[in-house]
Design a protein around this ligand. Sequence first.
Ligand code: NAD
Ligand code: UDP
Length: 343
Amino acid sequence: MNFLLTGGLGYIGSHTAAVLQQAGHHVVLLDNLSNSRLEVADRIGRITGTRPVTEVGDVLDTIRVRMALRHYRIDAVVHFAGLKAVGESVAQPLAYYHNNVAGTVSLLQAMAAEGVRSLVFSSSATVYGQPQYLPLDESHPTSATNPYGRTKLHIEQMLHDLAASDATWRIAILRYFNPVGAHASGLLGEDPNGIPNNLMPYIARVAAGQLPHLNVWGNDYPTPDGTGIRDYLHVMDLAEGHRAALEHLQRTTTPCDVFNLGTGRGTSVLEMVRTFEQATGQSVPYRIAPRRPGDVAECWADPTKAQRVLGWRAERSLHDMCASTWAFTAGQRSAPAPHILAV
Ligand code: NAD
Ligand code: UDP
């Protein structure tokens, strides 16, 4: 089948593109390069044997999206494109509403106009807000504590409204927990600009000697070792979750449905540090620092709906998440400059 991946050069999109191509599908990537590099398409090509067709463009450009949907005879869209930094969303809310919410409206208008009504949307466990019980299942109440989370909630509501207005839509909303790790080739991974906000890329930079130590944001939470607990899942498992969701859309009669993608297991910050050290042989010095404002103590998924309905389950271990992250980070440090790789 033919799939359009908006934001397909980004962290999760690139891994999903590789998985879909290796399953025999055709993928077209549409990305405005705001948080990615064109060279990622070359790398997907090195992994799969086919460089995916890549359109440098913006989802806000409705005409451009329509032309891509028509030209490449797209059957379904996976909508990754968006801004995702919580702190930045507080400082620049309009940029987030414009890019994420208006960008999705533009995409949906293009899809409706071209008669493409199958969509997988990247949502987030952040829409659960402060957990009222654990594990989090899909019927847990939703709320948002920052503009980024609110954009995801607005988009989810918009997708439900759209499906209610026209039952021929087939929409899967995927609520990701904490994606980490990298492709086994070491060619794809997460490479944030500047100082990372998230735990795993920060640990990798410390292990690489690029940052002096990890700040552990709080060790006084009501958890066994006092540090925050999250449900980390391997990005390749997540990529396979998108394949399962796309296949599900072909057979379902439900216009719009929501799925958690997580492992169902919680890991503390200190457990993650220890596992990274064991998996890589690198040391990760850390210091205990005050809690980060807005953080929840613990958060993990009930992934049983995805298993039951999509036939998907996260399989890869925490050890693999750490080892693959390190292989990618170490490879980035020794890699030639991107323009040389791209030749
Ligand atoms: P990413 O930043 O690596 O990828 C997003 C891609 O979208 C980038 O390549 C960027 O250049 C592109 N993009 C942004 N705005 C665009 C626009 N208007 N038009 C075209 N391209 C645009 O992020 P990611 O981690 O791969 O996340 C993908 C999606 O998953 C996002 O919607 C994010 O909110 C969501 N998500 C991510 C996480 C996570 O921890 N990484 C967790 C939950 C949800
Ligand atoms: N964390 C930390 N130091 C960091 C980054 C994160 O101690 O430099 C902790 C954070 O407080 C949380 C966990 O690691 O308990 C995961 O944080 P991340 O930002 O990766 O994910 P999120 O909080 O968005 O789920």
